[in-house]
Ligand binder design. Structure first.
Ligand code: C2E
Ligand code: CA
Ligand code: CA
Length: 338
């Protein structure tokens, strides 16, 4: 607490001095130990006047300092408070979204790059918020994960996608795989694939119609018996894809340790893809490596004909992106199939 502040510039001087001092190594039993400090700053009475809110403000500002790389200080701002409030409201509303049937699945085609035929579709969740309109999964999935609601949402996604797969296959009389995103939290919190297999039986859908997209991070995680859960999916005939490949971890050993069917090359590689770009070399290397390991490759975020050509020439198996179609409501997607 800095009392009787007549010049706000003094705050920075003190905050810098604290972080500087704490950054120096400590001598602990003849070992050098390092710590860093993250400071959050709020100002009375400008920001708020009661003690609880002051502490909450400072706490939020401290998290911003941490998120910006630690060993620094941040001021509390109005927009931080608004963001925190917005998240709080969204989280409250999320609790009712399922029973109020505010979720919908959109479908984005995944095509065979050599023939252009739609072989699969990725199911992507959309939230029709009664007041805010369409809320992006990028905003609410992290909240759903933090609060654990993702388990229920994930089960709904699975059932909805499976139900839709049956309808599509009846319409087109050929197999179409639907891939769904499964959050690591779902793997850690519940062994819910038992219900999933029952549901497949109930609607008479073969597991082969479902691909589960997981993140690299999940495979680096010890415990929760991830390998057994993946094996259980395979036993049901489902396949496994590693999403956003190439962005997360440098350890590749997990690729041979786990039974995986597809790598999805992350959009960031595809976006900057031009002939003789580094990204092209990376994509080519990923594709060769995947094929040697017996995996197929799906490139995400294809927006131009040139990107498609380069990936096809590099031997990439499947493609997904706005060039083919944006994610579409189930009925619209159906029109692409016939
Ligand atoms: P993701 O799994 O990597 O999904 C691909 C995202 O890229 C989708 O965003 C899709 O609309 C977008 N996209 C597809 N093609 C292109 C393209 O050509 N250019 C660009 N710029 N973007 C493209 P979306 O639908 O907003 O989903 C964002 C993320 O939210 C997903 O990333 C996924 O991580 C998560 N998500 C979506 N649905 C679910 C779900 O049912 N469960 C879980 N756990 N996560 C989901
Ligand atoms: Ca995905
Ligand atoms: Ca992805």
């Amino acid at each position: 607490i800095l009392s009787e502040l007549d010049d706000l510039a003094n705050i920075e001087r003190v905050a810098s001095a604290i972080t500087e001092v704490l950054r120096l190594p400590f001598n602990l039993a003849n070992e050098l130990a390092y710590v860093s400090a993250s400071l959050g700053i709020t100002i009375y009475p400008d920001d708020t006047t009661d003690t609880d809110s002051l502490i909450r403000n400072a706490d939020q500002a401290m998290y911003l300092a941490k998120d910006s790389g630690r060993n620094r200080f941040s001021y509390f701002t109005k927009s931080m408070q608004e963001k925190a409030l917005y998240r709080q409201h969204l989280l409250n509303d999320l609790h009712f979204a399922l029973e109020e049937q505010q979720f919908e699945l959109y479908y984005q085609p995944i095509v065979d790059l050599s023939t252009g035929e739609i072989i699969k579709a990725e199911a992507l969740i959309r939230w029709h918020h009664p007041v805010r309109g369409l809320v992006s999964p990028v905003e609410f999935i992290p909240l759903a994960e933090e609060s654990g609601i993702i388990v229920e949402i994930g089960n709904w996604v699975f059932k909805e996608a499976a139900r839709q797969a049956v309808l599509y296959q009846q319409k087109i009389a050929r197999p179409l795989q639907i891939s769904i995103n499964k959050s690591p939290i779902q793997f850690h919190m519940a062994s819910d694939h038992i219900d999933w297999s029952e549901y497949l039986e109930e609607i008479n859908l073969s597991g082969e119609s479902i691909v589960i997209e997981i993140t690299e991070g999940l495979l680096m995680n010890k415990g929760s018996h991830i390998d057994q859960q993946l094996v259980a999916f395979h036993k049901l005939g489902m396949q496994i894809a590693v999403d956003d490949f190439g962005t997360g971890y440098s350890s590749l050993s997990y690729l041979s340790k786990f039974d995986i069917d597809y790598l999805k090359i992350d959009q960031s590689f595809v976006q900057n893809l031009t002939a003789s770009s580094d990204e092209l070399s990376l994509c080519e290397a990923i594709i060769v490596m995947a094929h040697k390991l017996g995996l197929k490759v799906i490139a995400e975020g294809i927006e131009t004909e040139q990107q498609k050509q380069l990936l096809n020439n590099a031997g990439c198996d499947f493609g997904q992106g706005y060039l083919f179609a944006k994610p579409l409501p189930a009925k619209e997607f159906e029109k692409l199939l016939i």
